[in-house]
Design a protein around this ligand. Structure first.
Ligand SMILES: C[S@@+](CC[C@H](N)C(=O)[O-])C[C@H]1O[C@@H](n2cnc3c(N)ncnc32)[C@H](O)[C@@H]1O
Length: 309
């Protein structure tokens, strides 16, 4: 199984995480990943709005959708997204990019109304094209993309469970029909928030604030579904020492970031934000690069968290 889940067969325990951890600790060439991080002051490479500028530029450069790969495994990981609910089901996909996660959610449940945000207008535009071009016309009417920089501004108040007076919506791309009644512009809170390879993309120090925002837009009893890069994932071990910007935190040449999570860091972050843990584990998957005849050990973190009733 690859990151994008193209294969039909689903599996997540191809190797033992502890065995990988031992291999990393015994390899002198990987020592820099394990050392405590010593900051040399403010990181000048972070860029505007703490890195979201780098993501905007990334999407502007890759507008062709080269990075669009539908995450077909999503409903196998999170089957609750496919369960029909009386009164419908509201989902917020945080950092939706060009829509890799959006289509499986819309396809999996005709009750779902999907709100999806990103800092990049280009990415949202591409996601909208993917949805508009899909085989099912109703996808379009259930999809509401909007732009926001959630690590800087948080989420717009109209998403929340309480009525608001806000009449200027932060929504360049949201279809106007839902929000035409200006005295009651709130959406009423989310049943699910999905954070799929998004938390790792923001600076570590911003994560508590983003999780607090996710908590606040969920209805009581709502769930946060989490999947992201895990510690010692192959892509982490490729970073060079000068690309470290924190402990388990790296910056790519284009200025975008990646954090690699261990389970106790995820647990601490989510419990501190007020969530209750339902599931939390590593997915360890061997993926084969046939061209280079190499086996790659991929590590992801899978988690489900609830906001108490
Ligand atoms: C690795 S991509 C994940 C995309 C998608 N969730 C998926 O499943 O493929 C991370 C996304 O987070 C977005 N992002 C990063 N920082 C952001 C911020 N501060 N505000 C809004 N979006 C942000 C990026 O533009 C990017 O599209």
């Amino acid at each position: 199984m690859t990151e994008n889940g193209a294969e039909a067969e689903y599996h997540s325990k191809d190797f033992d995480f502890e065995e990988l951890s031992r291999d990393v600790h015994n390899d002198p060439s990987l020592r820099h990943h394990l050392l405590p991080f010593e900051s040399s002051g403010e990181d000048v490479r972070v860029g505007g709005e703490e890195g979201s500028d780098a993501w905007r530029k990334f999407h502007a450069r890759h507008y062709s959708g080269k990075f669009f790969k539908e995450r077909r495994y999503l409903l196998k990981e999170f089957p609750e997204l496919a369960v029909p609910r009386d009164g419908g089901c509201k989902v917020l996909e945080v950092g939706c990019g060009n829509g890799s996660t959006v289509l499986p959610i819309l396809r999996g449940n005709e009750n779902v109304t999907l709100y999806a945000c990103d800092c990049s207008v280009e990415a949202l535009d591409y996601a909208k094209q993917v949805v508009d071009g899909s085989e099912v016309a109703s996808f379009r009417d259930r999809f509401y993309p909007f732009q926001c920089d959630f690590s800087h501004d948080g989420f717009p108040s109209w998403l929340s469970s309480k009525p608001c007076q806000e009449t200027t919506l932060h929504t360049e791309l949201v279809s106007a029909n839902v929000y035409s009644n200006k005295t009651s512009c709130y959406v009423g809170g989310m049943d699910f928030v999905t954070l799929i390879f998004t938390l790792s993309a923001i600076p570590f120090k911003k994560m508590p604030m983003v999780l607090a925002e996710c908590f606040s837009v969920l209805k009581a009893g709502g769930m946060l579904l989490f999947r992201d890069y895990g510690l010692y994932d192959m892509t982490m071990l490729r970073f060079k020492p000068d690309q470290r910007v924190g402990f388990q935190e790296y910056i790519r040449a284009d200025g975008t970031r990646s954090y690699f999570f261990c389970l106790h860091t995820v647990r601490d972050l989510f419990l501190q934000a007020g969530f209750t843990e339902l599931e939390l584990e590593y997915c360890c998957v061997k993926s084969i690069n046939r061209r280079k005849e190499k086996i790659m050990r991929r590590v992801w973190v899978h988690g489900k968290f609830r906001k108490a009733e």
